[in-house]
Write a protein of this length. Structure first.
Length: 576
């Protein structure tokens, strides 16, 4: 493990324990520091518990700490901070471990967990729009992070494929005929709008649609077959979008609402047997503590409606029960927009009341904000319609292709297309992932496609520039492993410290479900590398050993950038 913060924390814990009184925990909180390499502020927290001066506590910790083989200096500063400066030999050794390890010395989680990530979730017979972008790319990054950390990840695409609208859609399909229905790629919205218009204006069609719902829910073979036609067309379309976007979802990950329809009666029966159900206005409900309406009255979660039908709550309860019991998941992430916050809070609360999830489960609503246009309103077309996701992706690739042709006029068209796809799709995904997910962000083509600043093209170009060093060096893009570099210049040391922050960035991004932390780390690394490259000659280094040492740092930086971008679902071209 080449994570200095983890290593230093383990060394500092006994020192803090020696200073603290029994029963008073004082874990050292370490972070990167501007004054030294790292800084611990645990003495400040401990001072409040022990009612002692934080500087005195920090001084006692320094005396008790065994850090001589790791740090060249350990000093108390300010009100009680402990500044730690690593030995150059320690830095070089840790870098050598990263160089020699295919996983960049990032340890796998022990024990490994079963992690379910629920994301994307478009509706069958509807086209994906920009509103699906955030759930899809955030969820995909989370699955990649947890998989990289050695966990068993189960991707779940909870498709909207059941319920009242499908009576309307199936009936419309029977009337227009399967051969003539506009179900080809890109026409799903038109088909849905036609059905909706007939449902709203034709009472006879509306009545036939209602009867179709009954037939669908009762398992009528022909109605189910037609429903399957809609599902299959939609699934192929979704897969086309996912492949274009470069995410991992496949039809094998589909987890439609229809899957849980047979389980809903047992959900009601189990909640009833546990004494959790109450009748409210004819509906069977659970009243989880702490939830009230605007009038301050207890807020019900309706499990079964007065007419005997089931809503989203029942499906989500069946879903979480299955993931806990049958999948054995200990961690579940629901990547769904912020407006659904209260709904998921209530679902989780009821699941805990039923005992389906316990303290051993980490169940999280990974909420996110909206994608905004220049007017700071939800991004829409000029006509006010939702922006189709596939149109957004195509435009990104087209804009990137224009940039690539301008910068690399001698590049052949197949290469232009490949680079433009990596840059255009990468720019869209990175602009989303680099924003704190809980916040809205403004969609800005000029900013996200810029080769300057915290953007995907900037990071991709940094990777490309490093690979070009090896092409010029004739090294074939590799360096002999293992190799412990020399760190004689300040810029080399700074780059080494930045490289050693990779594991910390990966873990923080995964544990907090915040991909923007990894984005920020990669941007910092690329910036630090630029300073290193400008101040430390690589191919024209003064001697062969220094040249090889700096090539090692270059190669490791490229590997970290490539791996980090890959964890975000972004390609890192070798040429651009």
């Amino acid at each position: 493990m080449a994570n200095p913060i983890e290593i230093l924390t383990r060394r500092l814990e006994p020192a803090f324990a020696a200073v603290a009184t029994p029963g008073v925990p004082a874990p050292p909180a370490l972070r990167r520091s501007d004054r030294a390499d790292y800084q611990a502020d645990g003495a400040l927290a401990l001072a409040r518990l022990l009612r002692r001066s934080p500087r005195d506590i920090a001084s006692d910790v320094v005396k008790a700490a065994d850090l001589g083989d790791l740090c060249e200096s350990v000093e108390v500063s300010g009100p009680g901070f402990i500044n730690l400066t690593l030995r150059t030999e320690t830095l070089a050794t840790l870098i050598g471990r990263m160089v020699a390890d295919e996983r960049l010395d990032v340890a796998a989680d022990t024990p490994a967990e079963i992690v379910v990530v629920d994301y994307s979730a478009p509706n069958v017979a509807k086209e994906m729009h920009v509103g699906h972008l955030r759930s899809t790319v955030i969820g995909d990054a989370i699955t990649r992070l947890y998989d990289f950390l050695g966990n068993h990840v189960i991707r779940q695409n909870h498709l909207g494929d059941w319920g009242t609208p499908f009576g309307m859609l199936v009936e419309h399909l029977t009337e227009v005929g399967e051969a003539d229905a506009t179900l080809s790629q890109g026409d799903l919205t038109a088909f849905y709008q036609q059905a909706r218009h007939k449902f709203d204006t034709d009472e006879a069609f509306k009545e036939r649609s209602r009867r179709r719902v009954v037939a669908l829910q009762s398992g009528d073979p022909e109605t189910l077959r037609l429903w399957g036609v809609l599902y299959d067309h939609s699934s192929r379309y979704f897969q086309y979008v996912y492949e274009r976007l470069g995410v991992l979802l496949t039809p094998a990950d589909d987890d439609g609402e229809s899957r849980y329809n047979p389980m809903l009666p047992s959900v009601v029966d189990e909640l009833d047997a546990l004494g959790l159900l109450e009748i409210s206005e004819g509906a069977q409900c659970v009243f989880p503590p702490g939830f009230t309406n605007r009038q301050g009255e207890p807020l019900p979660m309706i499990v079964r409606k007065a007419d005997g039908g089931y809503g989203y709550a029942a499906t989500d309860l069946a879903c979480i029960r299955m993931r806990a019991r049958e999948f054995g998941a200990t961690r579940m992430a629901y990547v769904v927009g912020t407006p659904q916050r209260e709904h998921f809070q209530m679902v989780f609360a009821v699941a805990r009341m039923a005992g389906w999830i316990t303290d051993k489960h980490d169940v999280r609503h990974v909420e996110f904000g909206s994608v905004l246009g220049p007017d700071r309103k939800v991004l829409r077309t000029r006509s006010g319609e939702s922006v189709k996701l596939i149109d957004l992706l195509d435009e990104g690739v087209e804009r990137a292709a224009a940039q690539v042709r301008s910068k690399l006029p001698d590049l052949d068209e197949p290469s232009v297309a490949a680079v433009a796809t990596a840059v255009g799709i990468g720019a869209i995904k990175y602009a989303d992932l680099s924003s704190d997910r809980v916040k809205d962000y403004v969609f800005d083509w000029d900013r996200m496609l810029s080769f300057d600043g915290n953007t995907a093209p900037y990071l991709q170009y940094a990777h490309t520039r490093i690979r070009s060093i090896f092409r010029r060096a004739g090294e074939g893009g590799t360096v002999a492993y293992p190799y412990v570099p020399r760190l004689t210049e300040p810029a080399e040391r700074t780059l080494a410290l930045a490289l050693l922050g990779f594991e910390e960035a990966v873990r923080a991004s995964a544990e907090r479900y915040q991909p923007h932390r990894l984005c920020g780390y990669l941007y910092e690394l690329a910036t630090v590398f630029t300073t290193f490259y400008e101040t430390c000659p690589v191919l024209r280094a003064g001697d062969a050993q220094t040249r090889a040492s700096r090539l090692t740092l270059c190669d490791l930086t490229a590997r970290v950038l490539n791996t980090g971008l890959g964890l975000l679902g972004i390609d890192a071209p070798d040429r651009m």
